[in-house]
Design a protein. Structure first.
Length: 202
């Protein structure tokens, strides 16, 4: 009887230890992160979680902080609410809507910088995902938009994923009818890219 109790006690401790050691990733983004047009389970943040389990046998917690239509300003306004959950990593995937709407990039960069600073002050590791936009507002605007991410990466020495939609953007078979939002297959490719990017950090 005593032996059985000891075994159960040890097993319980192992479970508690595993839960305690599980890292939490906050994915702060827009509709690309939320998974517009697919389910939460099919969106890349949840697929990244699954890959950590199947590929590395690691349990991680994921906070999907993606909200459709979000700009960098919107992401900044809700960041503190997410930080209350004390994520170990903040994966920033914002800015696409700023660029597509032609917003002031100086302000967009300031917003991203505030997000980075708040996340760092919370003792989270910050990883930055960049975006690319078509030259709807001219080549200079598109180049300035791309450089916005590079400037922040250099200033804060962040882990940097240059293009969140690498391998997916422009591929009709990987996107929904709008040509902007990835379909299920597109999210699977995004998840693999993000997983490769994140796996050394956990």
């Amino acid at each position: 009887m005593k032996k059985t109790i000891i075994i159960i006690f040890i097993f319980t401790l192992q479970i508690l230890s595993a839960n305690t050691n599980s890292k939490t990733i906050l994915f702060l983004g827009d509709s690309l992160t939320e998974g517009l047009g697919v389910t939460k389970e099919q969106a890349y943040p949840n697929l990244v979680k699954n890959l950590f389990k199947t590929k590395l046998n690691k349990n991680i917690n994921v906070i999907n902080g993606g909200v459709s239509g979000s700009t960098t300003s919107d992401g900044l306004s809700r960041l503190q609410w997410y930080l209350k959950r004390k994520p170990d990593i903040v994966f920033i995937a914002l800015g696409a809507n700023d660029g597509l709407r032609g917003l002031n990039l100086i302000q967009s960069e300031k917003n991203l910088e505030e997000i980075i600073n708040h996340a760092l002050k919370s003792n989270a590791k910050v990883l930055l995902a960049g975006m690319l936009i078509p030259p709807n507002y001219g080549m200079k605007y598109s180049q300035d938009f791309e450089n916005m991410y590079k400037n922040l990466q250099k200033k804060y020495n962040l882990m940097f994923m240059p293009f969140l939609l690498k391998g997916v953007a422009g591929e009709q078979s990987l996107n929904q009818a709008d040509g902007i939002h990835p379909n299920i297959k597109g999210h699977e490719i995004m998840a693999k890219e993000v997983f490769e990017f994140l796996k050394e950090e956990l």
